[in-house]
Design a protein. Structure first.
Length: 102
């Protein structure tokens, strides 16, 4: 779904269904999940009958920035966790050496 939106630009839900060859229920679920994650955007436009239609599109720069931000947060969390584990190991090794001397 993301690839189709990134290549084709603004599409409504029916056009995405036709392009993906998937059931409408699955496409709707995927579009909602992508929208919730901020990966795709919507734009409301009026159609011939006066109703508003949602067009879905992607913003590659925004998605790239979101993923870079998430990756940096994950790396920082890994670094903090590693420092915590090292500190625990150092504390345990100190207690082990004290216990061994007794």
């Amino acid at each position: 779904v993301y690839k189709i939106l990134s290549h084709r630009g603004y599409l409504d839900e029916n056009e995405v269904v036709r392009e993906c060859f998937m059931p409408p229920r699955d496409v709707r679920r995927i579009l909602n999940a992508l929208f919730q994650e901020g990966i795709i955007e919507t734009q409301e436009v009026p159609n011939k009958s006066g109703n508003m239609v949602s067009l879905f599109s992607t913003n590659f720069k925004k998605v790239r920035l979101q993923y870079y931000t998430k990756m940096i947060k994950m790396l920082l969390n890994c670094k903090k966790r590693l420092e915590f584990i090292r500190q625990k190991l150092n504390d345990k090794s100190m207690t082990w050496t004290l216990d061994e001397e007794e």
